[in-house]
Design a protein around this ligand. Structure first.
Ligand code: FAS
Ligand code: PHB
Length: 389
């Protein structure tokens, strides 16, 4: 089999890339390790930057989002002393869309079906070959049969544990990492959201986040120790701890109910450079990971796709390879800004095990500054809603 761009991974990055390339007349084949149902069972991100919203609309995958997504003008930050609202629209004229990654992935699969794109599931033994030649190819197994896919380029969209990043020689890769000494216990419940907008809570007992998917589906997180297991947390224990950390006015009125999903995610900041080696281009979690505090993971996947689609169109439609040459630097420039923002939000809002009284005061003063400074709110708003591409 032959295609122009072989895409490894059928998550948001791979599917969005496939959709936008095919709509530009560039052929792709997506190789996904898991089944479609498995991919669609994942509960992950919940907030879309407006740039991501516009890309989904451009991809022809925005109709359900336009109908069911919730446009938010701002979000709230709380501590024991205060509740601060950051009005994105007032500060920087931009908004975000609350719409779950699960739905984004579903919409992308539907859009791929509508154009007859090739997405192969339950693929194993993927190996990327001759990436440093002008004739790369991918070998893989599907239905027990070994296959070979000839291509011009390979897009590694296979996430943090994929095969693409390790296909770049270790002596070429420069990796940067910070692992945080806590995790997030997340719960999804068929209950109305605790508030109209997201609440990021900094509490002496630890961080909490009140988010949502729609008017009857809520998503909550609390910071937990790395040693915690999901089975350590009954629903009652989770709700009691969440209420301790949210503002009393919110905790008193919020509706609780059985968890329909409960999981613990570790937090790390990670970047692997370069994002291109020979004919391989990395996109999304394959190249970088952010702590979810800044709601950047999914949006950075879209950001990389934005740059790679532009570069591929320039190459295929204009015979100009300059975009491919600068892809890694272009994508990384925006990745590092999102990395910085996600790190700063995580540092400002979480309780670190070795945190001393001075560091506690620094967090308090950060929130006090956010409350009193329009300039500080603008900085948060422009980063949270997404810096320009
Ligand atoms: P993905 O990991 O989504 O997709 C990669 C795909 O490649 C997967 O479908 C995988 O099965 C496939 N694959 C892997 N190896 C392969 C191989 N060898 N061959 C073929 N296919 C292979 N982000 C936020 O913004 N907010 C959040 O709240 C948030 N919560 C998260 C919770 C968890 C538990 C995790 C893991 C991530 C979370 N994220 C969150 C980040 C997440 O949304 C990612 O940023 C997003 O999924 C990135 O999309 P992709 O780059 O497509 O990677
Ligand atoms: C979510 O709704 O899952 C969510 C929202 C904002 C974040 C992280 C997760 O920063």
């Amino acid at each position: 089999m032959k295609t122009q761009v072989a895409i490894i991974g059928g998550g948001p990055a791979g599917l969005l890339l496939s959709q936008l390339l095919n709509r530009s007349g560039i052929s792709t084949v997506v190789l996904e390790r898991k089944s479609r149902d498995y991919v669609l069972s994942r509960i992950r991100a919940g907030v879309l930057e407006w740039g991501t919203v516009e890309m989904l609309r451009e991809a022809g995958a925005g109709d359900r989002m336009n109908r069911d997504g919730i446009v938010h003008d701002g979000c709230l930050f709380s501590s024991s002393e205060r509740m601060v609202r950051v009005d994105f629209k007032e500060s920087c004229g931009r908004q975000v869309m609350v719409y779950g990654q699960t739905e984004v992935t579903r919409d992308l699969y539907d859009a791929q079906d509508a154009i007859g794109a090739t997405v192969l599931h339950d693929v194993s033994d993927v190996v990327l070959n001759d990436l440093d030649s002008d004739a790369p190819y991918v070998t893989y197994t599907v239905d027990g049969v070994a296959q070979r896919l000839e291509c011009d380029y390979v897009a590694g969209c296979d996430g943090f544990h994929g095969v693409s990043r390790p296909s770049i020689p270790a002596d070429v890769r420069q990796e940067y990492e910070k692992v945080y000494p806590f995790g997030w216990l997340g719960v999804l419940s068929n209950t109305p959201p605790a508030a109209e907008e997201l609440i990021y809570a900094n509490h002496p007992r630890g961080f909490a986040l009140a988010s949502m998917r729609n008017a009857t589906l809520s998503r909550y997180y609390i910071q937990v120790d790395l040693a915690d297991k999901v089975e350590d947390w009954s629903d009652d224990a989770f709700w009691a701890e969440l209420k301790r950390r949210l503002p009393p006015s919110v905790a008193e009125t919020m509706v609780t109910g059985p968890s329909i999903e409960k999981s613990i995610a570790p937090l790390r900041s990670f970047v692997s450079e370069p994002m291109r080696w020979g004919r391989l281009f990395l996109c999304g979690d394959a190249a970088h990971i952010v702590p979810p505090t800044g709601a950047k993971g999914l949006n950075l996947a879209a950001s990389d796709v934005h740059y790679l689609v532009a570069a591929m169109k320039k190459a295929y439609l204009g015979g100009d390879l300059s975009g491919l040459e600068t892809y890694s630097a272009d994508a990384l420039s925006r990745v590092w800004q999102a990395m910085r923002f996600s790190w700063s939000m995580t540092t400002m809002l979480h309780r670190f095990p070795d945190q001393n009284a001075f560091e506690q005061r620094m967090q308090d003063s950060e929130l006090a500054y956010l409350e009193t400074s329009e300039a500080r709110r603008l900085v948060l708003a422009e980063n949270y809603t997404g810096l320009p591409f």
